[in-house]
Ligand binder design. Structure first.
Ligand code: CA
Length: 231
């Protein structure tokens, strides 16, 4: 899952980025409204954290421009405590949620998890695909109750596939959501990661859809998170 942070306070920007990376996300960072607007307009993000008070272009304008251009990614806005009108303007501009400064980073993390979950149609913080469970709160995965040892790339891959269960996900899409903008991207490496992940969770859970990409499917008869019960 790939997140954009647009925040001109460098310390706060870094604090948020560190916490998100720690939780297994890939993060791009912008420090003013113009740069942030450009990134959100050109790169696919699973969620955006957008400060309202920004140099060059204010957060409300950034958001209005994205929404006018049909950019529908979930956006969490950060507002100053004494500026209630910013919340109203931000929500009217298309924000999905807000956090008031000062905040605890854990609250931002929880809200981001919820936004990503909702955007992909999941109600629970634990996603289930047959024997595989992904705990989005703890950023951990298990098979038959045994915690998996995953590299950060493997975790991101599993997380993206599980958030998009039963959908065909192309290699390009995986690359775009697993790496930040500065990474030297090579879609051939995706095949390698899929191979490693299959060895850890069971080959049959990740289908190759020839010419299109991959699809994570629960084994026949097993439950998924959407039903609310494990099989
Ligand atoms: Ca600011």
């Amino acid at each position: 899952m790939r997140i954009l942070i647009v925040e001109d306070d460098k310390d706060l920007n870094r604090q948020l980025a560190d916490a998100l990376v720690e939780q297994g996300y890939v993060v791009d960072r912008a420090y003013d409204g113009e740069e942030g607007h450009f990134l959100g307009d050109t790169e696919p993000y699973d969620a955006v954290i957008l400060d309202i008070g920004l140099p060059e272009m204010d957060g409300v304008t950034v958001l209005e421009n994205w929404r006018a251009a049909q950019r529908t990614m979930p956006v969490l806005i950060l507002t100053a405590r004494d500026r209630w009108s910013d919340k109203v303007a931000g929500i009217d501009a298309g924000a999905d949620d807000y956090v008031t400064k000062p905040f605890h980073v854990e609250e931002v993390l929880a809200r981001i998890r919820a936004l990503i979950r909702r955007a992909s149609g999941h109600a629970s913080s634990e996603l289930v695909c047959g024997p595989v469970r992904l705990d989005t709160k703890a950023s951990k995965a298990s098979v038959d109750g045994v915690t998996l040892k995953l590299t950060s790339h493997e975790f991101r891959l599993l997380s993206y596939l599980m958030h998009h269960m039963d959908e065909v996900v192309s290699r390009t899409e995986l690359v775009e959501h697993m790496y930040d903008q500065d990474f030297d991207r090579d879609s051939n490496t995706i095949e390698v990661f899929v191979g490693r992940l299959r060895k850890k969770i069971g080959v049959e859970l990740i289908e190759t859809v020839r010419g299109l990409g991959y699809r994570m499917v629960p084994p026949a008869g097993a439950g998924t998170e959407k039903t609310g019960k494990a099989g």
